[in-house]
Design a protein around this ligand. Structure first.
Ligand code: GRF
Length: 215
């Protein structure tokens, strides 16, 4: 059984996709041990509670300095003894100590095709504003392992999404969520839960071909 913790900061639609995926059997062999948020008002915490999952709020604002937050955050995470940490719209910079301790056991969903429109300053709507400003015709989402950089770890899955002529950042964000994020994040968790994901020389090898739809 893959024990996971999901870290959130906002509405939690990706968390909901995970919870639904487990319920509907798309994500196998997985259990959400806890949902952790830095934002006490995050609707994601309500989604967790609605599913009987412990929601905990821990934020740098509750601590006198960053070091003490980093220690408390890692201690809290360790207490759940998870195999995998899933960042689903988590807007807090992770402690280096956590990235080292959970090497290749932290994954993140980013709403673009990395390496485009990612890195410092590219989060939430800003990602889609950047894509529209550049005039790209295809964007999408990426699930990747988290390393010490920002959106720089080994890529696990990507899903393209067409940009439409009349798109606004909001309409594009919604389509990327519906057509990409809510599909590849559950699929990545299921692949990891079934031992089908390996990192070799900094690249991800998936030990299972995607199910080919008959043309
Ligand atoms: C998503 O767009 C995700 O790609 C980004 O933050 C947003 C989180 O949305 N990392 P939600 O909280 O899962 O609805």
């Amino acid at each position: 059984m893959l024990n996971i913790a999901v870290c959130v900061s906002g509405g939690g639609t990706n968390l909901q996709a995970i919870l639904d995926g487990i319920e509907q059997g798309e994500i196998t062999n997985t259990r959400v041990a806890a949902v952790i948020s830095n934002n006490p008002g995050a609707y994601a915490l309500e989604r967790a509670e609605n599913h009987g999952i412990e929601g905990v709020c821990i934020s740098p604002k509750q601590f006198p300095d960053r070091e003490s937050f980093n220690r408390a955050f890692l201690e809290k995470l360790d207490s759940y003894q998870v195999d995998l940490v899933v960042l689903a719209g988590f807007l807090v910079v992770l402690p280096e100590s956590m990235i080292q301790k959970y090497r290749n056991r932290i994954i993140n969903i980013h709403p673009s095709l990395i390496p485009s429109f990612c890195g410092t300053g590219y989060y939430g709507l800003k990602v889609h504003e950047g894509a529209l400003a550049r005039g790209v015709k295809v964007t999408g989402a990426t699930v990747h392992f988290v390393d010490e950089g920002t959106d720089t770890g080994p890529i696990i899955l990507q899903q393209p999404v067409m940009v439409e002529q009349e798109d606004t950042p909001e309409t594009l964000q919604r389509r990327v969520m519906e057509q990409a994020e809510w599909k590849i994040l559950p699929r990545a968790i299921d692949l990891i839960a079934r031992g089908k994901v390996r990192v070799e020389d900094g690249k991800v090898v998936i030990l299972e071909q995607p199910k080919r739809r008959k043309l």
